[in-house]
Write a protein that binds this ligand. Structure first.
Ligand code: IMP
Ligand code: MG
Length: 178
């Protein structure tokens, strides 16, 4: 899929190499592979699914996969504080090690709403993995424990990230001129 509106930012090879590194780090941080210390990767639908499954395969231990979704009800294209959880967690993560997996942290409202939701389920530990970080747009202080890449304030698509549901299945990440 090529388009004059797309400018390559991160190749699939760069993304894969970074995801491998993050997976290794997570494996080292949660080395006890037993039913007493389950590890869950909870993806923020829909964009983080590609990252979630690649990250899961890069972690050398058992991982559970779960899903949540936050939707912003603000006006306009950008997020606002009015974020609601529209797809809720189905799994019991009480007492488990839990990592929320986000495609991108922009203002931070979505990640914060989902972290609050997961914290209410009483995990043993709760961390955040985000493939992309746009710190220039942050409105809430968010700690990203496992970060793929910091990117400038541009709208990107591919590797799960969409614009009106398009471009998610691109293997690379590109800047989309809007
Ligand atoms: P937030 O502003 O941190 O709450 O981010 C909300 C959501 O906006 C993210 O989870 C993405 O789905 C979407 N988003 C933010 N920036 C981009 C982008 O550059 N490309 C595609 N989606 C984005
Ligand atoms: Mg989106």
């Amino acid at each position: 899929m090529s388009s004059p509106r797309l400018k390559l930012l991160l190749t699939h090879d760069q993304i894969s190499a970074r995801v491998e590194e993050l997976g290794q780090t997570i494996g080292e941080d949660f080395p006890t592979n037993s039913s007493a210390e389950p590890l869950w990767l909870i993806a923020a639908l829909k964009g983080a699914v590609f990252f979630q499954v690649d990250l899961a395969r890069a972690i050398d231990r058992d991982v559970g996969l779960g899903f949540v979704r936050a939707s912003s009800y603000g006006t306009g294209a950008t997020s606002s504080g009015d974020v609601r959880v529209t797809v809720d967690l189905e799994d019991n993560i009480a007492g488990a090690h839990v990592i929320l997996v986000e495609d991108i942290v922009d203002t931070g409202y979505s990640a914060q709403a989902l972290l609050d939701r997961l914290a209410a389920a009483k995990p043993r530990t709760l961390r955040l993995a985000a493939l992309l970080d746009k710190p220039s747009r942050r409105e809430l202080p968010i700690t990203i424990d496992y970060r793929g890449f910091e990117i400038p304030d541009q709208f990107v698509v591919g590797y799960g990230l969409d614009h009106d549901e398009r471009y998610r299945n691109l293997r690379d990440i590109s800047v989309l001129s809007l």
